[in-house]
Design a protein around this ligand. Structure first.
Ligand code: CA
Length: 228
């Protein structure tokens, strides 16, 4: 389900938005402060659109927008502006927002704006196609990031490519040759050992217990598999 974040400290407006977005078929994540919104976005990296109010208890919506944009260029961002704050629209767009909706707004208007952003982000497959989720792992293939239980794991490009290959082939035994040609390219002439070395390093980064790996398991005589 497409996820939308609503950041609004006024409970009545927020509940109104939540009810209407749920009715429109979205999964809604709520936040009442800027910090809470940033935490939720970490927790749910597959949020496709964020709706940000401007007047908030801890920081203004522009600051939240700026901080989101510092790390995430793809997410759709809609600012909620008051009718009396005409300048907010310009400021909002300057800080990286995609759109704005002026209070008071109708549910249909807000939903239409959100739908438009999801469409612009890439048609049918939108956010879901860019996020691979398995067990505690969430991979964002646009940003090239991997999280385990909401915590970012820093990977090299090669490590990232290996995990992506695994996550796209869960439960399938992959030979060292498979991994080598998928990650390094078919023309790569190096040794198969480089696969093992990278797997060893990856296990240190992602396994709960490196001595008893449960995510990258060994298939004796062949290679490796994602999952037991
Ligand atoms: Ca407010």
């Amino acid at each position: 389900m497409k996820k939308v974040l609503i950041l609004e400290d006024e409970m009545n407006i927020r509940s109104f938005v939540v009810i209407n977005l749920k009715r429109a078929g979205y999964e809604v994540i709520e936040a009442g402060t800027g910090q809470e919104a940033l935490d939720r976005l970490q927790q749910y990296p597959d949020i496709g659109v964020a709706i940000l109010d401007i007047m908030l208890p801890d920081m203004d919506g522009f600051e939240v927008c700026r901080r989101i944009r510092a790390t995430n260029k793809q997410m759709g961002i809609i600012m909620l502006t008051a009718r009396t704050q005409e300048m907010d629209k310009v400021t909002g767009l300057m800080t990286g927002a995609d759109d704005y909706v002026t209070k008071p707004f109708s549910p249909a208007e807000l939903t239409a704006r959100i739908d438009a952003l999801f469409r612009r982000m890439g048609g049918e497959n939108t956010a879901s196609a860019e996020v691979l989720t398995q067990g505690p792992f969430v991979m964002n293939t646009r940003n090239h990031t991997l999280e385990k239980n909401g915590e970012r794991i820093r990977l090299t490009q090669v490590e990232y490519a290996i995990v992506k290959l695994f996550m796209q082939n869960p439960g399938r035994a992959l030979s060292r040759e498979d991994i080598l040609s998928a990650v390094w390219g078919r023309e790569y002439e190096g040794e198969l050992k480089i696969v093992d070395v990278n797997i060893r390093r990856l296990r240190i980064k992602i396994e709960d217990d490196t001595n008893n790996p449960s995510y990258i398991t060994t298939v004796w005589g062949l290679g490796y598999k994602w999952g037991a």
